[in-house]
Ligand binder design. Structure first.
Ligand code: AHR
Length: 499
């Protein structure tokens, strides 16, 4: 039987915040060096930014770009990363057992974000691992204060007269994780985050602040962590963070394809925790979610530390994604969109080379991974109002999540009235017919049905064959009397546009 759902413009989840299509640049492996920054590369501009990579980033459609970490930020000395490049110190990066040259720093990052385009904005993390309130304030003054103080004038002396205008700040990174330099208990972190937030707001009350939530739903401290941290910070922050990575474990592809079940329950559990704290505090304020690290990541297969210690920009976490990964990835995007009322920031971790949609070779080309396409399509067509989608779908059995619907879907209505259905068929062998009743939407026809799917679920794009996997048109979708009928190929990510 077909999978079905009904949408109506009066039943909506909420409006998509463009920041849902954020990404993440960490000083990790080759994300920065030979990723976005490679002076001497044939396409590099005078600042050393790779033009080929910038072009792909624009095509990807990323908005908020989180920086400089990640685990890296917990040892970050921002002042090492500014001023004349040749005078910047080389430092040990404890998080990734690498050497940080600081040849790319804060100013270069801001220049990079501006080069991406007006839709991009910086999302800056402060170090609450080895540092604290004073250093966060100094960084804020250097970055955002117009002029007339020691640090704002220093920025101008370094060549950046105009302030950077960073609105969105993360108060540390994964402070619940024992691997984090300067790891803290929820009580310790909650106090430090509150003090830092209060002080940063003394400079600028209009900043938007993100408190660290859990590094994953499976953390032992999950939910208690959020409740304790928010009890301290509720009135001082706007968002709490979530991080989640998924991978196929021991060949259990059925469970892997249902990863979004975990992501959706993670989101709903964090929403419940935030609202519980708000209720206890009798607060009218609502805390939103910043899902500021999400992706497929083969943590069990790829080295987390370089083979040889303290190298500069070693190859780390360079996952090469398959069609299956792209389908799971698309389903994670659907999960985020389905919760657009509360997930108002999300960052695909990461942007280039490191678990990324874009890969590069030093001195060579840059190309799109399979996961590039769902992100670019969702960022392009997933702007507007998310409609409430409740699927009635055949199910399949998974070891990890029990019975799971074969269809995972959402629908977004753009301002111009067009509607885009994003849908994944989790079934590995059978096509899945769908029927969507679109009432009250005044739609005339199917504009396109595009899919990422392949006879080989392991197909991927490589240096030798960079366009092996691309989206293709799917024939057969029809819109008759307000009912869309289409067939989703086995193991596929689909974008069906109606206008
Ligand atoms: O994105 C890679 C790493 O994953 C980040 O540095 C860290 O925050 C997370 O554990």
């Amino acid at each position: 039987r077909p999978a079905r759902f009904t949408v109506h413009p009066d039943f909506a989840v909420g409006d998509v915040d463009p920041r849902l299509f954020g990404s993440f640049v960490e000083h990790l492996g080759r994300c920065v060096y030979t990723g976005i920054h490679e002076p001497g590369h044939a396409t590099a501009d005078e600042a050393g930014l790779r033009g080929d990579v910038l072009g792909l980033i624009r095509e990807l459609g990323v908005t908020a770009i989180r920086y400089p970490g990640g685990n890296f930020v917990s040892g970050y000395k921002w002042e090492d990363s500014v001023g004349p490049v040749d005078e910047r110190p080389r430092r040990l990066d404890l998080a990734w057992r690498s050497t940080e040259s600081n040849r790319f720093g804060l100013s270069e990052f801001i220049h990079f974000v501006r080069s991406v385009g007006p839709q991009a904005e910086p999302m800056m993390a402060v170090n609450l691992g080895t540092r604290g309130v004073a250093e966060a304030l100094e960084l804020q003054e250097y970055a955002n204060h117009p002029s007339g103080t020691a640090l704002s004038d220093l920025r101008a002396a370094h060549g950046d007269k105009d302030p950077y205008g960073i609105r969105l700040w993360c108060l540390g990174n994964e402070m619940d994780g024992p691997w984090q330099t300067g790891h803290k208990t929820a009580e310790e972190y909650g106090r430090l985050a509150a003090e830092t937030a209060r002080a940063m707001r003394q400079i600028d009350p209009s900043l938007e602040l993100v408190a660290c939530g859990s590094s994953g739903q499976s953390m032992e401290t999950f939910a208690a962590w959020e409740a304790t941290v928010l009890a301290e910070t509720y009135d001082l922050v706007d968002h709490v963070s979530l991080h989640a990575y998924y991978e196929e474990i021991d060949g259990d592809r059925d469970s892997f394809l249902a990863s979004a079940v975990d992501m959706e329950s993670f989101i709903e559990n964090v929403v419940a925790t935030c609202d519980h704290v708000g209720a206890r505090l009798k607060s009218k304020k609502r805390i939103n979610l910043s899902f500021d690290e999400w992706n497929v990541w083969y943590q069990r297969r790829t080295a987390l530390q370089p083979e040889e210690d303290w190298q500069e920009a070693p190859r780390l976490l360079e996952d090469n994604y398959t069609v299956t990964d792209a389908v799971v990835f698309g389903s994670l995007l659907i999960a985020l969109l389905r919760h657009a009322d509360r997930v108002t920031v999300a960052c695909l971790a990461q942007l280039v080379n490191v678990i990324a949609p874009i890969l590069t070779e030093p001195g060579g080309p840059a190309w799109r991974q399979t996961t590039f396409f769902p992100f670019a399509q969702a960022s392009r067509h997933g702007r507007g109002r998310v409609l409430d989608v409740r699927v009635d779908s055949p199910t399949y059995d998974t070891a990890k999540f029990g019975e799971v619907p074969l269809l995972h879907a959402t629908a977004v209505r753009a301002e111009d009235g067009t509607v885009t259905v994003f849908a994944v068929n989790r079934g590995q062998t059978e096509p899945l017919p769908i029927e969507v009743a679109l009432s009250g939407l005044e739609l005339g026809a199917v504009i396109e049905h595009s899919a990422v799917a392949d006879a080989d679920p392991e197909a991927r794009n490589t240096l030798e064959d960079p366009e092996r996997v691309t989206p293709h048109d799917v024939p057969g979708a029809r819109l008759v009397d307000g009912v869309l009928t289409a067939t989703l190929e086995p193991l596929s990510w689909n974008v069906i546009r109606l206008g």
